[in-house]
Design a protein around this ligand. Structure first.
Ligand SMILES: Cc1cc2nc3c(=O)[nH]c(=O)nc-3n(C[C@H](O)[C@H](O)[C@H](O)COP(=O)(O)O)c2cc1C
Length: 272
């Protein structure tokens, strides 16, 4: 059995589950594992240093799966803005049909599409298990999008120390940074996020005051070194629901099987 929704029909995937774009995580290893497990994975365009590298990563993913996958292009205020138009061209020229965009003013890239399509909705944020999936479907979503949960899988190309830290953390170990700069981000609580929060709490902080702490290059180096206290790292409160480091296939299969059991058992059983 399977759960079919407008999302699975439209994108030609088996399960109503997507893996959202994740900087430094959305690479071929994870995305192909997600695709092979029957869900929809997204490569993260800006994880690749150049548009040419993105084209190569798309080709590498295609060697690892023949199932559908997409590419995320995130538009955010950056210390060094990437050449968005060139990344966009690389995505289109590689024949990618599924594009996720997010962040700051993506209008330029989506305006022409938005009024042409009747879009199925995915619930995103705070979902890590079958209960979340069933709840989202009940609320009217056509599926779910997960980030943090997919980071904590065997195939996610990040050091085990980060995965273990997210398993160890409960829902309280996150911080909201950039609140005072009107660009709020939720990150895993660590030495660096606490320092940022302290600086912001003192009042009147400008981006320059925290730039050295939050620089993407610093986060990337910390990740490369497996140092969970070395830079900021995105993670949701949903880490409180994550207690293991399964393969992507076990995660997706388990979620869908349990969701089916919840719908047929618990929910159907309540209908008199
Ligand atoms: C480590 C990490 C990096 C992320 N990077 C991006 C990104 O570059 N672009 C983006 O649009 N979303 C990014 N996200 C958000 C995810 O795509 C997804 O929407 C979000 O994690 C869903 O919430 P959840 O973590 O509670 O499942 C990131 C999330 C995580 C955990």
């Amino acid at each position: 059995m399977a759960i079919k929704t407008r999302f699975t029909e439209l994108f030609g995937v088996e399960h109503p589950i997507a893996q959202g774009g994740m900087q430094w995580v959305g690479k071929a290893e994870l995305v192909s594992a997600v695709a092979n497990a029957g869900a929809l994975g997204f490569l993260t365009a800006l994880t690749q240093p150049t548009p040419e590298a993105l084209s190569k990563e798309i080709a590498r993913t295609r060697e690892m799966t023949d199932k559908p996958f997409g590419v995320n292009l995130t538009i955010l205020p950056a210390m060094t803005p990437p050449p968005y138009a060139e990344y966009r061209a690389a995505i289109i020229e590689s024949g990618i049909k599924i594009v996720e965009t997010a962040g700051y003013k993506p209008q330029e890239h989506v305006d022409h599409a938005a009024d042409k399509v009747k879009i199925p909705m995915l619930a995103s944020g705070g979902i890590a298990d079958a209960r979340g999936l069933v709840a989202a479907l009940a609320l009217g979503a056509d599926g779910v999008n997960m980030g943090t949960r997919f980071c904590v899988t065997q195939e996610a190309p990040i050091p085990m120390a980060f995965k273990e830290q997210m398993v160890a953390n409960d829902e309280r170990q996150t911080d909201l940074i950039f609140r005072t700069l009107h660009n709020t981000a939720r990150v895993m609580r660590n030495a660096v996020s606490q320092e940022v929060v302290q600086i912001e709490r003192a009042g009147g902080a400008k981006f320059e005051d925290v730039a050295h702490l939050v620089a993407g290059t610093r986060g990337r180096d910390a990740l490369a070194q497996g140092d969970t206290d070395g830079g900021i790292w995105s993670a949701g409160m949903v880490q409180g629901l994550i207690h293991d480091i399964p393969t992507v296939k076990d995660l997706v299969d388990g979620m869908v099987a349990e969701a089916e059991a919840l719908i047929r058992g618990r929910l159907a059983g309540m209908v008199a």
